[in-house]
Design a protein around this ligand. Structure first.
Ligand SMILES: [Zn+2]
Ligand SMILES: [Zn+2]
Length: 333
């Protein structure tokens, strides 16, 4: 089958993904093989491809926002029938036995597997996944609309929840890519006022279109003090700037898996009970809740589609802020 393979991490400008043939994987006991229709592109894929996340499997097929149909069920896998439409997200497998799993914090599992990082993912015509980590996709979403919900959407949702966003919350977004363009729709549905700080004017424009009260540059001070802010951009220099925008007792959430070093800053920026917290991975419950909520709102994702063979181009465009919303690779129709 066709797949995009990363042999050696390298800058995306050198187009390190190789569009090639690999063997179609076989589902083991309890696993499903999913025929990939689409796979959305995430900034984490860029971190994997460029080696900002240390390689865990080599070569590897990236991609962890897959929508497709069940093609084959491994031994004992009975949760879905062949042909069922399903989604695959970043959390690929947990051990179910560590202290975090037992505590219901499986996103922090001591021995997790991650799709498109520690195991092959969705930049391919098919992929395998434990049936326990697969999501039914609400019928109301076309494939390409649903795919960006599976990481951008879920992580944004988890960040909003940890930021305690509700009616009247003044909420800042730092960076306005795929995750923020979904999260703003949830935040507005919950009655929050959104302020978007992002370097690219196209992204500022999208934020306003989606109902942001204000949009400005990444390090600009929003016109009102924020109750909470979520940093989606991987730039450490945003942290002190965002703290400056928070009211006393305000909450700062860091939504990315990777960030450049955070510059040192005076304690006065943090004092008065401001909080900083990172957001790591997702639980399956987060995924189920976000997908249900997305159908209820309903969330509309903006996507730009690329053929699978052009994954390098999609990632280059992502790096250059050239995608309003999310990029999606079209694999099979
Ligand atoms: Zn665990
Ligand atoms: Zn992701």
């Amino acid at each position: 089958m066709k797949a995009c393979l990363l042999r050696t991490p390298a800058r995306i400008e050198t187009n390190p993904l190789e569009f090639t043939d690999i063997e179609r994987p076989r589902p083991e006991a309890g696993e499903l093989r999913v025929r990939v229709h689409v796979c959305a592109v995430c900034r984490t894929d860029l971190h994997v491809v460029e080696g900002e996340l240390p390689a865990r499997k080599s070569p590897v097929v990236p991609g962890h926002q897959v929508v497709g149909v069940v093609e084959e069920c491994g031994q004992g896998a009975r949760r879905f029938a062949k042909g069922a439409r399903v989604g695959i997200a970043w959390l690929h497998k947990t051990d179910g036995t560590c202290e975090y799993c037992k505590r219901g914090e499986e996103n922090l599992c001591d021995a997790p597997e991650f799709t498109g990082y520690t195991v092959n993912g969705g930049y391919a015509e098919a992929t395998v996944v434990p049936e326990s980590c697969v999501y039914p996709i609400p019928e109301s979403f076309p494939d390409e609309q649903a795919a960006p919900l599976l990481c951008a959407g879920i992580i944004g949702y988890r960040s909003l929840r940890l930021a305690q966003v509700g009616e009247g919350t003044k909420l800042g977004f730092y960076g306005f890519g795929a995750a923020a363009h979904v999260a703003i729709q949830v935040a507005r549905y919950w009655g929050a006022e959104v302020f978007a700080a992002t370097r690219d004017t196209r992204h500022q424009k999208l934020a306003i279109e989606l109902g942001a009260k204000w949009a400005g540059g990444t390090l600009d001070l929003p016109p009102e003090r924020l109750d909470a802010a979520i940093v989606f951009a991987p730039a450490g220099e945003i942290v002190p700037a965002a703290l400056k925008a928070l009211r006393k007792g305000g909450r700062l959430l860091l939504g990315g898996i990777h960030m450049s070093p955070i510059p040192s800053f005076g304690y006065d920026l943090l004092y008065q009970e401001r909080m900083i917290r990172s957001v790591a991975n997702n639980t399956r419950q987060d995924g189920v809740e976000l997908l249900n909520l997305a159908a209820q709102i309903p969330i509309r994702t903006r996507v730009r589609q690329y053929p699978l063979s052009e994954a390098n181009q999609a990632l280059n465009a992502l790096k250059n802020d050239a995608i309003p919303g999310a990029a999606v690779l079209r694999v099979n129709s």
